[in-house]
Design a protein around this ligand. Structure first.
Ligand code: G4P
Length: 527
């Protein structure tokens, strides 16, 4: 095997997604402990934006700092090189998470055993399903009382639309939690041995009716286990890796991240079954990781928090070939040749300059304003990797200049913040006024604060009563023209000059859809 192929085969790049508080940070930390990337618990800071942050800008800034440190965490485990891409749990930053999901090859979904499937989990899993991203489910906090395991599986199937297949099964929960039986390895893991520093030993029990089981967990629990596993067999398909890789079957594990219980089983199975770096669509062409040219795309941009250094860090996922420091590559959108003298790699929370990087790796590129989210860089053909989705914002406000002397700074600031993907900009066709659309209200405060502190510009907002933004297209020119005339006041252009209808109510949107049947109304911009 060529060395490039060997490097590709070693890599596993994935994201952990969950509703806030399900245990994503705790699980990440335990995975890093296994990889030896950190030495003690508590080393990974939660990047949660706490509710109090809405009125505390320093807190937002501090937390942005944490989130850059934990954006990508790489570690080695059993000869695999694993990259965990962090995703913000706060729903106001959901767009950030959606974009990060375009750079992962698989995901682990964490679900709280007591709370079950929560809203944020539903939305994020839907995005993964749109891309057929392989999903593993980890049901967490078994040390607490929660929902019945069978009910939970039903809920996962119905609410998340996943086909599932349990690869471990809990023996009791909460006070009665005795451990898990690992169906993948045919091993019993007892919870009684657990203390947070020590990882419980596994006991191999090939046949679950083996009397050893009853000795270990008691007669009653052993009988329940036999009965439940019997039921499972009748209901769920056996695990099949190809079906999982196609995104059509999700293995389920049970455990307790806080107690480091069930985490190693998850990781060991993950490195065996999870996909290596995958090919990616660029203008209809599938670019394979082992192409002989380097290519990659930017999925996240992070501004420098030090106002004296205006450079930004663009996070690039390598799709194909070998990336080399100081080599010339083409930024395909602007057609410019660029080289990178200090690209950064992320190992746990440490950063270091790299000379080479391979498909699946994430590198940080220092940028003075050339990159926009979604941009591609290539050594070979002029690729444009298939877009990163924008969803219709939930909030819309006019942005006004509050300091006439600083118009230039304001425009530059708005441009750059939109390139970073902080929010979406729409320019009204009728009068060129600018409207900022966001997922959550928090972003308006972040934008105002950053415009002032990073660009020296002041802005004010004014409510714009839109209900949804729809990207519109039609093959029927006449109908599009009629629509444009009628709805002129509600039409705008997005950052890429695409036509957008800012519907003022769900009623007017459905009326428009009914009347203009040859126009397609899209709620996301990747179509
Ligand atoms: P998140 O990143 O998904 O938002 O969740 P995070 O890991 O921060 O966990 C949320 C809370 O749940 C934390 O408690 C954490 O300690 C707890 N937790 C995580 N895994 C388990 C588990 O297996 N069992 C139990 N019982 N609790 C678990 P917290 O009190 O909010 O925060 P902290 O003060 O403990 O950090």
């Amino acid at each position: 095997m060529s060395s490039l192929k060997q490097e590709i085969a070693k890599r596993r790049t994935f994201g952990i997604i969950s509703h806030p508080d399900a245990g994503k940070t705790t699980l990440t930390e335990k995975l890093l402990l296994f990889g030896g990337a950190i030495q003690e618990a508590g080393a990974v800071k939660s990047n949660k934006i706490k509710k109090t942050a809405t009125s505390d800008f320093m807190e937002i800034e501090r937390q942005r700092g944490i989130s850059v440190a934990t954006s990508v965490m790489g570690f080695d485990y059993k000869s695999k090189k694993i990259n965990i891409l962090d995703t913000p749990g706060h729903q106001d930053f959901a767009e950030d998470t959606y974009r990060t999901l375009t750079a992962v090859d698989s995901v682990i979904v964490v679900i709280d055993v007591a709370k079950g499937v929560e809203t944020q989990t539903e939305k994020l899993v839907e995005v993964c399903r749109m891309r057929n991203t392989p999903i593993i489910v980890f049901i967490n906090k078994l040390d607490r009382e929660g929902k019945d395991a069978f009910d939970l599986l039903d809920e996962i199937e119905s609410k998340l639309g996943l086909n599932i297949c349990p690869l471990s099964w809990p023996i009791g929960m909460g006070q009665r939690f005795k451990g898990v039986y690992n169906l993948w390895e045919k091993q019993l893991k007892l919870y009684t041995e657990v203390n947070k520093q020590k990882i419980a030993n596994s006991i191999e029990i090939e046949n679950i009716e083996d009397p050893k089981m009853a000795e270990m967990v008691g007669d009653e629990a052993a009988a329940t286990l036999v009965e439940e596993l019997g039921l499972l067999q009748g209901v769920y398909d056996d695990f099949d890796r190809d079906t999982y890789l196609a995104g059509n079957l999700s293995p389920v594990f049970f455990g307790s991240a806080l107690n480091n219980f069930g985490v190693q089983e998850l990781l060991d199975c993950f490195i065996e079954i999870a996909p290596p770096p995958q090919p990616k669509d660029a203008n209809g062409v599938m670019v394979k990781p082992d192409e002989d040219f380097f290519s990659g795309f930017v999925f996240k941009i992070h501004a420098n928090m030090d106002p004296k250094h205006r450079d930004r860090l663009a996070f690039m996922k390598i799709v194909s070939g070998t990336f080399e420091r100081n080599k010339n590559y083409k930024h395909t959108r602007i057609g410019k040749s660029m080289k990178f003298s200090n690209p950064t790699a992320f190992m746990a929370s440490k950063k270091s300059v790299v000379d080479q990087a391979f498909p699946g790796d994430i590198i940080g590129l220092h940028d003075t304003g050339n990159f926009r989210i979604g941009d591609s860089v290539s050594e070979g053909p002029d690729l444009e990797f298939k877009g990163i989705p924008s969803f219709s914002p939930e909030h819309f406000r006019f942005i006004n200049n509050a300091d006439p002397m600083k118009a230039k700074q304001l425009n530059k600031g708005i441009d750059q913040l939109m390139d970073e993907g902080v929010a979406q900009l729409f320019t009204l066709e009728s009068n060129n006024r600018k409207i900022i659309g966001t997922v959550g209200a928090l972003q308006y405060e972040v934008i105002q604060y950053r415009l002032e502190h990073e660009y020296g510009a002041k802005c004010s907002y004014e409510n714009y009563p839109a209900y949804k933004a729809c990207w519109i297209e039609s093959s029927d020119e006449a109908q599009l023209e009629e629509f444009s005339k009628l709805k002129y006041r509600y039409l705008a252009r997005d950052k890429f000059d695409r036509l957008v209808f800012l519907a003022d109510s769900s009623f007017s949107l459905s009326m428009a859809r009914e009347k203009f049947d040859k126009i397609q109304f899209h709620f996301k911009s990747e179509f």
